[in-house]
Design a protein around this ligand. Structure first.
Ligand code: 6PG
Length: 474
């Protein structure tokens, strides 16, 4: 029997996706550069479904029904191009190459355009949920042509997570749209984790609450509006005790956060689109700062804090919870704003309600909140998530606590880059006049960059070096 899909690249994510497909009744042809991985998968999991092990890409392609579907699950970057190069001569028009790794969306756009010229479909698919999700039901964000989705969509929908019978998988848009949305998902994931970290630091450094106790607080928070996968696992990690030392696990882990690139890409893309994606950016910078070991060490003896002793507000723990929630809302708002801008820039028709809906389960940022975000985009279609009545009022309720927490953190010298920058974004948005008018004045003085007036249409320049009279430029 011919296989309905082939998977090449059988490290954990590829192997788990292959097993998920087989468990859902698809016959899956398998290939890996080193045969040992293929053998191991067959040895351990052959009873989960129909697998066809192969030893070369030729054999893999030969095992597939047409149009062929080949899922590539190798490291993002050059390895993806290398596999494509090897596959192309083996394929025929209408065959589909699927890249389910965390590829940069501009690479996906390039690859899609190049393969379309050869009559092949290239589909960049965002897959979230880690190893466990890949096996049991991830959130899936496929891009590529609509035509390719007709062939591929039913399979992806079947293996995805479901909420009330609805798959967490839907066609996102052409070329790199799926990878773009996955990238923004990861940017939000970075911010989500950073606000959890800031809350944890405040609870410990300001309020002296030890990790074991914090674990209970996070578990409690997980029952309310913060309910989400990341809050749930934060409770688990904070409650974990290191077997070797008997210390809280987090106290034996080096405090430098790694990053593979998707958060950084989100920020680069936000800068290119000209968007104030500050919460996500600060979370990427916070990881970068955490990794500056030498400078951090020198700063401990060189730089002075001069903290201002401060009484903690009553109900500090609840204040922190509200600050976390408000900052989290801002990160979602900024991430979703990127989708709106990218849709215009790259000519995609992104459906924000659908995207929020397919993040409700399977993925790392899955959260109760996403139900309300989905509803907001279905009903009110706000220009900014924070303008949806439910969120405008939720954030209004949280603002006093948010201000108290940021003020306390600043006085005590505890860095809260996402809590504070998100509040600055919120206040910046609300403010009737921003100091950008002065920026314009300065730009005009030193570089004749011109400005607009509040009272008359047109572009103006002041003759700063002469009699300071104003001239209209158009
Ligand atoms: C997911 C995750 C996944 C990966 C992160 C880790 O949605 O399943 O986002 O894709 O674990 O990209 O990223 P960092 O190593 O950059 O934190």
């Amino acid at each position: 029997m011919a296989a309905q899909i082939g998977v090449t690249g059988l490290a954990v994510m590829g192997a788990n996706l292959a097993r998920n497909l087989a468990r859902n009744g698809y016959t899956v042809a398998l290939h890996n550069r080193t045969k040992a991985r293929t053998d191991a998968l067959i040895e351990k999991h052959c009873d989960e479904g129909e697998f066809i092990p192969t030893e070369s890409l030729e054999e893999l392609v030969g095992a597939l029904e047409r149009p062929r579907r080949v899922l590539v699950m190798v490291k993002a970057g050059a390895p993806v191009d290398a596999v494509i190069e090897d596959l192309v001569p083996l394929l025929e028009p209408d065959d589909i190459i699927i890249d389910a790794g965390n590829s940069l969306f501009t690479d996906t756009r390039r690859r899609e355009a190049a393969l379309a010229e050869k009559g092949l479909h290239f589909v960049g698919v965002g897959v979230s949920g880690g190893e466990e999700g890949a096996l049991n039901g991830p959130s899936i964000m496929p891009g590529g042509s609509k035509q390719s989705y007709e062939s591929l969509g039913p399979m992806l929908e079947k293996i995805s997570a479901h909420v009330d019978g609805v798959p967490c998988c839907a066609w996102i848009g052409t070329d790199g749209a799926g990878h773009f949305v996955k990238m923004v998902h990861n940017g939000i994931e970075y911010a989500d984790m950073q606000v959890i970290g800031e809350a944890h630091d405040l609870l410990r450094s300001a309020a002296g609450i030890e990790p074991a106790e914090q674990s209970k607080i996070f578990a409690e928070w997980n029952k309310g509006e913060l309910s989400s996968f990341l809050i749930e696992i934060a409770a688990e990690v904070l409650g974990h005790v290191d077997a070797k030392t008997g210390k809280p696990f987090i106290d034996v882990v080096v405090d430098s956060a790694g990053q593979k690139g998707t958060g950084r890409w989100t920020v680069i893309s936000a800068l290119e689109l000209g968007l104030p994606t500050s919460g996500i950016a600060e979370s990427v910078f916070a990881r970068a700062l955490s990794s500056q070991h030498a400078q951090r060490e020198e700063a401990q003896t060189t730089l002075v804090g001069n903290e201002i002793p401060t009484e903690l507000p009553d109900n500090f723990v609840e204040d922190v919870r509200q600050a976390l929630y408000a900052s989290k809302l801002v990160s979602y708002a900024q991430g979703l704003d990127m989708l709106v801008a990218a849709a215009k820039e790259y000519d995609w028709e992104l459906n924000l309600a659908e995207i929020a809906s397919l993040w409700r389960a399977g993925c790392i940022i899955r959260a109760e909140l996403l139900k309300d975000i989905t509803a907001a985009y279905q009903n009110e279609r706000p220009a900014n998530l924070l303008f949806a009545p439910a969120f405008a009022s939720a954030i209004a309720d949280a603002v006093p606590a948010w201000r108290r927490v940021v003020a306390t953190a600043v006085q005590l010298g505890i860095p809260v880059p996402v809590f504070s920058s998100s509040l600055a974004y919120y206040d910046g948005l609300r403010r009737d006049r921003l100091p950008a008018a002065l920026t314009q004045g300065l730009r005009d003085l030193f570089g004749a960059h011109t400005y607009n007036r509040v009272d008359v249409d047109g572009t103006f320049h002041t003759l700063w070096g002469e009699d300071k009279s104003e001239v209209q430029q158009d």
